[in-house]
Design a protein around this ligand. Structure first.
Ligand SMILES: [Zn+2]
Length: 185
């Protein structure tokens, strides 16, 4: 049975092509928008240890790093999954890796409110100036799901966390600013 599942997964990988890149939902499509507006649920610790979870994280990384997307972060609802998982490009770490975080939450914020430029893979052709906290204390589930890890993050990486965690609550950056403009993509 396990072999059969593995074979099906491989078949999917081949037929989906491009390393498991997923379709990104956009606000232009009413059905997509409904999903983007749906608050997400936490993963259970059993789910966090499942192959399905690690596969989803891998596919979200493949999607956000795909040459047609070129984003710095992505949240599970953007690929149609209403669960609390985000991927953040750690601009503050060596090599700027893309790292998945399950069940993340912002425990506190500090510093000035800073206005900075944002875009969103789900809102093509638009950019905006968005006010966000300079720094955050963020916590998320440990890989085995048995404890929580807490971390202090600042500057643009903190902005990415805030943008992506908003997605898990059905919030888009355009809810936080009216200062937006069109761009060619
Ligand atoms: Zn976004």
């Amino acid at each position: 049975m396990r072999k059969l599942i593995a074979a099906c997964a491989l078949l999917c990988l081949v037929s989906c092509g491009q390393r498991g890149v997923m379709r990104v939902l956009t606000v232009d499509d009413p059905a997509d928008l409904a999903v983007l507006r749906t608050p997400c649920e936490d993963f259970t610790s059993a789910e966090l240890r499942s192959r399905a979870f690690s596969r989803l994280a891998e596919r979200m990384i493949a999607t956000v790093t795909d040459s047609t997307q070129n984003g710095v972060g992505i949240a599970a609802p953007q690929v149609g999954v209403s669960k609390r998982l985000i991927v953040v490009c750690r601009l503050d770490q060596e090599g700027e890796p893309f790292v998945p975080y399950a069940n993340p939450q912002i425990d506190s914020t500090f510093g000035d409110i800073v206005v900075g430029r944002e875009g969103c893979l789900s809102i093509p052709g638009l950019r905006g100036n968005v006010p966000r906290a300079y720094g955050i204390v963020v916590s998320y589930a440990s890989p085995d799901g048995k404890s929580r890890v807490s971390e202090t993050v600042v500057d643009y990486t903190a902005r990415i966390f805030q943008h992506e965690i908003d997605h898990l609550d059905g919030i888009l950056y355009t809810d936080r600013t009216e200062d937006t403009w069109q761009v060619e993509e």
